[in-house]
Design a protein around this ligand. Sequence first.
Ligand code: SF4
Length: 458
Amino acid sequence: MTGSLKRGWCPGALRPMQSGDGLILRVRPRAGALSLDAMLDIAHGALQYGNGILDLTRRANLQVRGLCEKNLPGMHDILHAHDLLDETQAAEQVRNIMLSPLTSIDPAELLDIRPIAQALEARLTHDERLWRLPGKFGFILESGASPGLENERADIRLVAIQNEKGRIGFKVGLDRPETIKWVGETFENDREHLIDILANIALAVISQAPKDTKQVPRMRNLSFEKFSLVEKSARSEFNVIAQPDMRQAPPSSQESSRSEISSSCPLGLIEFENDHPILALALPFGSQTAQNWISLVEAAKSAGIVELRLSPWRTVYLPLPSKNCAPPLLEAATQASFVSDHNNPLLKIDACPGAPACTSAMSDTRKDARAIAAQMRFTETIKSIHVSGCEKGCARSKPAHMVLVAKSNGYALARNATVSQAPETLVPYDRVSRIIEEIEPLLGPSQNSSSTRKTIRA
Ligand code: SF4
């Protein structure tokens, strides 16, 4: 079952990826949620079969780290018991759907989008023609619940809309490098018809790849000519051409950063008018120990909570039966190192797993990131820091106020930069614990922006 383990592969449960700390197994929740029973068993499985570390990914999936091949069957049994194991590697690889995390909870949304997500999951896993889609090809389904998925990217986007008569419908957009190309609107209330539209657009992308190769491109990577054909095919699915949507800002050419979204979204107790409170908890660096998960989930289960929602911005949401259970649960969450204060400096830092988890890493990035966070009182105006174990920069692709890239003798530091931009200075490892305090004496004028000095201080 795991004969095709690869480095750099987009991992799944049936096809884990090799990393420095063992195999990474990715769990794709169904319709964006995990039951607390499942989460508890997965956390116990991570302790028994893995190294006890669980990640929340940028696509709102869960990863179990540090497994070995002989332990995979045990982990698979747990996933199978909770209906989280697909039948084939090909089916799990295409089940890439993100939906508004607070759908069915936020009363401001237009509709509960979970049934559409479930129908799309079923189509993706049963229609073998769709299994040629590349592993990173994904769908976003937006219900109008807040926080939304405007800053996330996927190849095909379905957004709930409302017309002037109050009727609920959907518009569909395609991901291009600098924008979302909206192709059509429909107000037909037929879920299968909607799924047909999404599947047909995906098939149109597949038709642009040579038949004798598995190399189907992402939507954003299609050449202008090929995308024009896909767009024409997509438009033919609709009677109404979609209008530009001012609410739906185009994504930037860079991927969003989980840290900035975490620190801008409300955390802690969130109350809605419909009396469906939730608890929003962030995971620093998108990572948490299985033991801490067990502590949180056991407290949540005894408070009568049954599920959690996952987001792509390293925050999980617990729908509460009443707000009375929030105080003890917040205390349990804090003791288990979940973050409920959006001012916590850890949320300003993106740090990849680093050493020893990744064999390419030149440093223990997260240990250094915690040391930096402990000094953040000196410079509270720094909005974002990226600590990277190597030049690949897995944790963040957009610029950060301060980026640190590990080298053999210290961190290469640049301001208002990405990992690929020229460093301004080298910070020896033994000075990381004073980096915020010492940043100005260390740095000359920035070469990446004429106003960066102002940006750091102002
Ligand atoms: S940035 Fe480099 S060190 Fe960090 S996880 Fe990616 S490959 Fe590994």
